[in-house]
Design a protein around this ligand. Structure first.
Ligand SMILES: NC(=O)c1ccc[n+]([C@@H]2O[C@H](COP(=O)([O-])OP(=O)(O)OC[C@H]3O[C@@H](n4cnc5c(N)ncnc54)[C@H](O)[C@@H]3O)[C@@H](O)[C@H]2O)c1
Length: 363
């Protein structure tokens, strides 16, 4: 049966998914948002999309065989479980959930012969990361022993005072919002080795100022100054993996960093070659050696419409899962592995010492 998508959550990214489906000619007949005005507003802009009267109604609709979950993080587990139990395949926005326990709820709802779940780790489908993956698969990087992942925003707190900055709804700040992308990228490129220990530090400097927070633009804004900010706005960590890999992570929603003075992106340190790239970048260079001399190789790739093409490729991959039984491009197990690392970084920060990734292990 052809992919027919129900969209759950009609906010910023639900709108992107609806537009992506429309561009690819993927049927998306129904949308549900608890804020009915949001659902109606999205339906009004996309041909063939109507609002469902309730989540139950959307999940009961026989013509819909899959859903994209694009709601705040605290609803991911509940909605994903209900969708799986209703027999719908799930494309689940990142992060998988707010806690590892919620990830386990989702995994427990999955059956070998049941509907499948693909994680919305969209940057795996972006041109620059795919170009890097090609270099790794061709053997030009060799064993990667270190990755440095940085995502810096000078003033980028999303939805200050709303669900993004309320721990009970988001599960955390930039660690879970941006770190989830960075850690997934590094793990995907390095072959998902088992994470062993993490040392992290989290800071909350700008968000707690609320009305005194100076900014120019805000994703999911405007700010709600009577809302909460009980998450971090900057996190740094070192994660150790089986086999020797280490990942250094620096993610910030807000910091006093002069614009563009600290490079954003992922640097991979390999025995044969190394490279640095940004998730939506237009350049990938591999630093290596050739004929006894140092060499920089420019990797050619098409970087046009990088984000749109990434969302399109993600949806094409999901269509193959639904229509052909293909393996999900990013699995629920991988979503959990990323979440476990983020949770350990948070725990390490609270305890001010290195901790095992598995919270059940003796420290
Ligand atoms: N892949 C990416 O690059 C990317 C980018 C941004 C956001 N996201 C993720 O997408 C999700 C949504 O983020 P956003 O920026 O679109 O947020 P948003 O606040 O703009 O939109 C969320 C929408 O969900 C609705 N909603 C809340 N609870 C609901 C429920 N129980 N059922 C149905 N609808 C509900 C809200 O009314 C709102 O319209 C988050 O998990 C976020 O981490 C991913």
């Amino acid at each position: 049966m052809s992919l027919s998508l129900g969209i759950i959550g009609a906010g910023s990214i639900g709108t992107v998914h609806a537009a992506t489906a429309a561009r690819l000619g993927v049927a998306a007949p129904l949308v549900w948002d608890v804020d009915e005005s949001k659902g109606r507003a999205l339906a009004a802009t996309v041909k063939g999309l109507r609002t469902a009267p309730s989540l139950d109604a959307l999940l009961a609709e026989r013509s819909v065989n899959a859903v994209v979950v694009a709601t705040p993080n605290d609803c991911h587990a509940e909605i994903a479980v209900r969708a799986l139990e209703a027999g719908k395949h799930v494309l689940l926005e990142k992060p998988m959930a707010t806690t590892v326990e919620e990830c386990d709820r989702i995994l427990n709802a999955m059956r070998p012969d049941g509907p499948r779940l693909q994680m919305g780790f969209v940057y795996r489908h972006a041109p620059a990361p795919l170009a890097v993956k090609g270099e790794i698969d061709a053997g030009r990087i060799g064993r990667i022993y270190h990755a440095k992942c940085s995502m810096y925003r000078r003033r980028g707190i999303p939805g200050l005072g709303g669900w993004f900055t309320t721990r009970a709804r988001s599960g955390g700040g930039p660690l879970i919002d941006l770190g989830v992308h960075a850690i997934d990228q590094a793990l995907w490129l390095c072959g998902f080795p088992k994470a062993l220990r993490a040392s992290g530090a989290c800071y909350a400097t700008f968000g707690p100022r609320m009305g005194g927070y100076v900014f120019e633009e805000m994703w999911a804004g405007p700010p709600k100054l009577d809302g909460r900010f009980d998450v971090e706005d900057h996190a740094t960590a070192l994660v150790r993996f089986d086999g020797g890999l280490t990942i250094e992570l620096n993610v910030t929603w807000a910091a006093n960093i002069p614009d563009r003075s600290l490079p954003d992106g992922i640097a991979l340190f390999g025995e044969k070659g190394g490279c640095r790239f940004t998730l939506l970048g237009d350049e990938v260079r591999v630093a290596t050696e050739a004929n006894g001399t140092l060499a920089d190789l420019q990797v050619p790739f098409d970087s046009s419409r990088a984000l749109e093409r990434a969302f399109e490729a993600q949806l094409r991959a999901f269509r193959k899962v639904v229509e052909e039984g293909a393996e999900p491009a990013a699995t629920a197990e991988q979503g959990r592995a990323v979440q476990e690392i983020l949770a350990a970084i948070d725990r390490s920060s609270a305890r001010a010492r290195e901790v095992p990734i598995d919270a059940r292990s003796a420290e």
